[in-house]
Ligand binder design. Sequence first.
Ligand code: URA
Length: 194
Amino acid sequence: MLSWEQLNETCQACRQCPLAETRHHVVFGVGPQNAPIMLVGEGPGEQEDLQGIPFVGPAGQLLDDMLSLIGLSREKNVYIANIVKCRPPHNRDPLHTEQDACIGYLRNQVALLRPKIIVCLGRIAAQRLIDPGYKITQQHGQWVEKAGVAMTAIYHPAALLRDPSKKPDTFGDLRAIRSKARQLCPQVYSSSSL
Ligand code: URA
């Protein structure tokens, strides 16, 4: 297992899949390296590729608003990463071969972070981390435990922007994440009025 610094350096130099040819930046991850909650998206979009930071485009703004609703933030208690660290051209889904080339880096991040809770953002992350047959419309908000980590998935914020009728379901899922966090990592809320 690599340290945070070694892992970041390795990712920055990675050429293990063709996404390296078209990327502007490797999008490693953001958040405190001791965050008890980890969020995992599918892969960087245009803005993320240009800036090298996950979820900084329109979906990222919504994600930050969603986190703030339940007293969480990437500054304080949430680490955010993706299944693949380089942008798939035209924002297509990352191929299985690209995911396979990159997933070891995410696993190393999980091993370093040792989060209590992992929230998959959207179908691609849920199928990769929870179950290959995961149906996001039917299973979002359900909890499973894997290797001592409580895991769930919610709709991807980009899906909420495309289809706001999914927002009420997501509010419910966010409240459940807050309850789970109160239970598993109460320090997150210890100095807050929530
Ligand atoms: N969508 C993702 O899945 N990840 C990002 O970092 C940005 C948009």
